[in-house]
Ligand binder design. Structure first.
Ligand code: HEM
Length: 176
């Protein structure tokens, strides 16, 4: 007797993942059920892109205003990134359904790499905002913008693919 497509699916189902997918993932660091992390990440994302924009404008115009603006934006991006990171980390540690998904830890590693780039990009500019931009500051800003795009995209993947942070009962969550 030949096997059907259904038999194959059953044979390859991982029982650990099956159970894992049913753990609650609802955000606990939230206001009225709305995750604080999702609200806060807008700040480091926007400020990181602002640093890149200000660096490019300084390169183009030579006006020191843009270098000073980039320095303050770099400070804000790092500070708000750390605050957003703290809310995400608390969520990761206290919510079992978030903690036991490997995708959450991938996001954590990406985010910590991003935060170290944001920190370096700020520290480099302290006391010498104009001298810091070309080329090191600008290169760090390009790297930070790329890492922000990757980390932010991956954060969205957690929510939209795995329903992490949402109040679903898990029945529609992918088992992989
Ligand atoms: C440092 C450690 C971090 C941890 C542990 C973490 C963890 C999480 C978790 C658990 C979620 C799912 C939603 C929730 O439960 O709130 C999430 C979503 C998200 N994260 Fe992070 N995160 C971190 C840092 C960052 C940073 C620095 C960024 C900025 C690029 C970021 C961008 C996002 C985005 C865009 C989402 C999707 C939000 C939504 O659409 O609802 N995360 N993160």
């Amino acid at each position: 007797m030949g096997t059907t497509e259904h038999d194959d699916e059953t044979r390859f189902t991982d029982p650990v993942e099956e159970n894992r997918a049913l753990f609650p993932t609802e955000s606990r660091v939230a206001i009225a059920g709305h995750p604080l992390h999702a609200m806060l990440v807008a700040f480091p994302i926007a400020l990181t892109m602002s640093v890149l924009g200000a660096d490019l404008l300084f390169w183009w115009t030579g006006d020191g205003f843009w270098a000073r603006a980039a320095g303050w934006a770099a400070f804000g991006a790092f500070l708000m990134g750390v605050i957003a990171g703290i809310t995400g980390t608390v969520e990761l540690l206290i919510v079992p359904g978030i903690r036991n998904r490997s995708a959450s830890w991938t996001h954590f590693v990406l985010a910590v790499m991003l935060l170290s780039i944001l920190g370096a990009n700020w520290v480099l500019r302290i006391g010498a905002p104009e001298a810091a931009v070309l080329p090191t500051g600008l290169l760090l800003s390009v790297l930070a913008a790329g890492m922000t795009a990757i980390t932010g995209w991956h954060g969205g993947k957690l929510v939209f693919d795995y329903q992490i942070g949402t109040s679903t009962d898990g029945s529609s969550r992918p088992r992989g």
